[in-house]
Design a protein around this ligand. Structure first.
Ligand code: ADP
Ligand code: MG
Length: 346
């Protein structure tokens, strides 16, 4: 689930090194902290509003908020609300908290706007194709049979919300918010940071990013989009300028398996039940919040090139695609992405 970091944190370090050099003398130098969450790490970089600012208290508040989110939505945990929902039989009422309901609402929005390409009820398919948690000990040695794929198929319309704080499934299904929850986690970190009076910051979980105010070099934050290499290289393929912004990237270049000479992506086409056959190498999306950017980035892994571009324009999304054309690299952007691009590696 979290083997890649499409946005390179390392790549920001040269810019970060400029902290405290530029700007007015009374500004506080940038600080940073990080921690573990959602099977990966989060990073926060910020300019404290005053010298007396309590960064440890901020980090505690961030950790507490992420902990509450994971208690609700983590499929890694046997005691989370989502695991209770997934393990519940058809028709049984299961409790849902506000985070859970919010994820369902945002997911439905992207599900409809993406013609079903994004669907958090892919949980059973994700397990069937060997991308679930706990990770299967051995890789798949043969393709799942069509009957099993049919039985595991995505069915978002079978998730019912009979009342506030209540959920049930009308048919067997499993929810998986892996493609949106990290983004939402970043939105929550940003909310906590702002509530502590911080105006200039960047927050990131596993490559999904929120920014606000100025970066350490002055002016908007400049975020590198990592070159799609098999190993973490820290090489930058493109860079975007973000003032108050939300950026997420979905990549197929590290999380996949190979079987019978074919490569299978960890992103699944909810309509066919099969891993996407020839997805883009990576897709980066700028959206009104990181949860939406994250979900859309996954949706664009499923949608083919022409459809994806049309849907990006319809939904006024800034999107940057990287394709592999017989070993060569080709990039494409929606019209809204152009103004954000600071640099694209030839
Ligand atoms: P990552 O989790 O590696 O950052 P993504 O944000 O693209 O990458 O999420 C991919 C994960 O989302 C998969 O591992 C799977 O758990 C889940 N998923 C796969 N296909 C879909 C889909 N079509 N819609 C929603 N979630 C999906
Ligand atoms: Mg995603």
């Amino acid at each position: 689930m979290h083997r890649r970091r499409a946005v390179s944190w390392l790549a920001l370090m040269p810019l970060a090194a400029a902290a405290g050099l530029g700007g007015c003398a009374r500004q506080q130098p940038y600080q940073q902290f990080e921690g573990a969450t959602m099977g990966t790490r989060y990073h926060v970089r910020f300019r404290p509003p005053a010298r007396s600012f309590d960064a440890a208290a901020l980090q505690r508040a961030v950790d507490a908020r992420l902990e509450a989110l994971n208690a609700s939505l983590s499929t890694y945990r046997t005691d989370s609300l989502i695991t209770a929902f997934n393990d519940a039989p058809v028709g049984q009422l299961v409790p849902a908290d506000a985070d859970f309901e919010h994820m369902l609402a945002l997911s439905r929005q992207v599900h409809h706007a993406s013609a079903g390409a994004f669907d958090p009820t892919v949980g059973a398919l994700v397990n069937l194709w060997g991308f679930g948690w706990p990770k299967p000990r051995d890789p798949l040695t043969r393709l799942p049979d069509p009957a099993a794929i049919e039985a595991a198929r995505a069915r978002f319309d079978a998730v019912e919300q009979p009342g506030a704080g209540q959920l049930l499934k009308r048919e067997p299904l499993r929810l998986d918010f892996s493609a949106i929850a990290k983004g939402y986690g970043v939105d929550l970190i940003a909310e906590v940071i702002r509530s502590h009076g911080v105006e200039h910051f960047m927050a990131e979980i596993g490559g999904e990013v929120a920014t606000r105010g100025e970066g350490p070099a002055g002016g908007p934050w400049r975020i590198g989009i990592e070159a799609p290499d098999l190993v973490v290289s820290g090489r930058i393929l493109a860079r975007v300028k973000l003032g108050e912004g939300a950026l997420a990237t979905s990549g197929n270049y590290r999380n996949f398996f190979e079987l019978e000479g074919r490569r299978f992506s960890h992103v699944i086409d909810p309509v066919t039940g099969y891993p996407v056959a020839r997805p883009p190498v990576s897709v980066s999306v700028i959206a009104p919040n990181v949860a939406l950017a994250d979900a859309w980035a996954t949706a664009f892994m499923v949608l083919d090139e022409e459809r994806g571009l049309a849907i990006a324009e319809q939904n006024q999304l800034a999107v940057f695609w990287v394709y592999d054309d017989n070993g060569g690299r080709r990039t494409r952007l929606s019209s809204r992405m152009q103004p954000y691009l600071d640099m694209v590696q030839p």
